[in-house]
Design a protein around this ligand. Structure first.
Ligand code: ARG
Length: 472
């Protein structure tokens, strides 16, 4: 039976009927639909609409639907189901007869889809935060293994200053950490339950909304039925948080691609995540990285599609909102699949420490440290900068580095130079000089590494706590 055939005299155009369905994609929400339906059924029993026996058979029916869907994928090939809500109602009636039709008392699909989507986004957030903790853990492990080895840091993609490799890797941990934090923030705001909002004006039965919300692990019921049935802010917010995460991954991928090129030679690509060329026998290509960079495009596209879909929609529910599901699912799937692969890549990439460390010692990356040497001997910074600039100019003509200039020549540029200047130009001195919180001095980086590890540990604990709650 359709969910709304009473007032219609004519059947639907078959093509339209087929085209307007959402079951092909919203079947993904089945477990949330079943959970929400269970909570609604309990509230119906408390409101006196269902008898105790009816409640039991509805709950058993819902459980059977879930079990069958899990064990028998063909069960979901239902040619008649319009959407996941219709599917559950239909199957329930098959299993327990007319009592199944009582489940829909006092509720609307508008509040159901809003609830299912919130539950889906919440569970996906927990999953992604878990994956981000794993990724950050792997990056921190790799950072630690690189010890005090250095590499060039670039600005404008020109050699700038040497940094510890660990310092560079920890920059990504900061980005992913913020992503995990934004997801938590999004979770906090979405964790209110629309059930009991009805179609738009609130339920027509005296349902205990606080009880329903609590049963589903929400912090409470939503405050306004018009908003609750039409709001997809949480979907947009989530999709935009994912966009930022995808942007970070895309920047990460781009750097890894660059650094794995022969010109840099900083990284050895893991064979398990690379492919060859069908034409050029020597090739090993960074396919994982390129796909990560490429998939950022669809995730940004999905976020844009979602925002444009909602733009200008009058309150409250409109069927346009059905169009918010596929972009949401696509972004979620894309990242759920991608993050564990990125973690796997991170665990197996080879850092060519020797070559990176070597690259950190040429190209005048000690020039600012050299200017600082003069500043510490009382030379005004602007003049020191200019003196060292002159010295660089001489070196460029001679094709050498600052440390190759003889002292008497340096002293003709500034009397402040003396023998200890050469010590201050060495890689270890240059690194140690950046001795501020957040700087690349080795002691600071060691501290930052253990601080990052602690933060990731607490992220893991938070995710576990949510998981324990979800399974309770
Ligand atoms: N499949 C619909 C959606 O995704 C469910 C809500 C339908 N509500 C309605 N009034 N037709 O939005």
């Amino acid at each position: 039976m359709k969910m709304w055939s009473g007032r219609f005299r004519q059947p639907l155009d078959p093509e339209f009927e087929h085209w307007q369905r959402s079951f092909d994609f919203d079947r993904r929400l089945l477990r949330y639909e079943l959970a929400a339906s269970g909570a609604h059924a309990r509230a119906l029993k408390d409101a006196g609409v269902l008898s105790a026996d009816e409640l039991i058979s509805i709950l058993q029916g819902l459980e059977q639907i879930g079990d069958r869907a899990a064990s028998e994928p063909a069960f979901l090939d239902d040619g008649e189901a319009e959407d996941v809500h219709h599917f559950v109602e239909k199957q329930l009636a098959v299993l327990i007869g007319d009592a199944g039709y009582k489940l829909h008392s006092g509720r609307s699909r508008n509040e159901q889809i809003a609830t299912d989507l919130r539950l889906f986004v919440r569970a996906t957030i927990d999953h992604l935060r878990h994956d981000l903790a794993e990724l950050c853990g792997a990056v921190i492990d790799r950072a630690e293994q690189t010890g005090d080895a250095a590499m060039p840091a670039y600005t404008h993609l020109q050699k700038a200053e040497p940094v510890l490799i660990a310092h560079w890797l920890l920059a990504y941990v900061e980005m992913f950490w913020r992503d995990a934090d934004r997801l938590a923030d999004c979770r906090k705001r979405l964790n209110l339950c629309p059930l009991g909002s009805g179609a738009v004006a609130g339920a027509t039965l005296a349902l205990d909304r606080g009880f329903i919300a609590e049963t589903l692990g929400f912090d409470g019921p939503t405050a306004n039925s018009i908003d609750a049935t039409s709001d997809r802010d949480f979907v947009l917010e989530f999709a935009n948080v994912l966009s930022l995460l995808a942007l970070h991954l895309s920047r990460w991928a781009e750097e890894m691609i660059l650094f794995s090129s022969q010109e840099y030679g900083f990284l050895g690509l893991p064979e398990a995540y690379s492919t060859g060329s069908s034409a050029m026998p020597q090739k090993k290509n960074p396919d994982l990285l390129e796909l990560v960079r490429g998939k950022c495009g669809r995730i940004l596209g999905n976020a844009t599609a979602l925002m444009v879909t909602v733009k200008g929609l009058p309150l409250a529910y409109n069927k346009d909102l059905q169009e918010t599901q596929e972009p949401l699912f696509d972004s979620a799937t894309t990242l759920l699949q991608m993050l564990p692969l990125v973690t796997g890549w991170m665990k197996s990439v080879e850092f060519h420490l020797e070559r990176m460390n070597q690259a950190a010692q040429s190209g005048f990356m000690n020039a600012w440290a050299a200017a600082t040497y003069l500043v510490q001997r009382g030379v005004p910074s602007r003049l020191a900068h200019e003196r060292i600039g002159k010295a660089v100019q001489i070196c460029l003509e001679r094709n050498c580095e600052l440390q190759d200039l003889p002292l008497h020549e340096l002293q003709s540029l500034s009397p402040a130079f003396s023998q200890d200047f050469y010590e201050s130009l060495k890689l270890a001195s240059v690194l140690a000089m950046h001795d501020v919180p957040g700087g690349t001095a080795p002691a600071r980086v060691r501290h930052a590494t253990s601080a990052a590890r602690k933060r990731i540990e607490s992220l893991r604990e938070e995710v576990h706590a949510h998981e324990a709650h979800a399974h309770a």
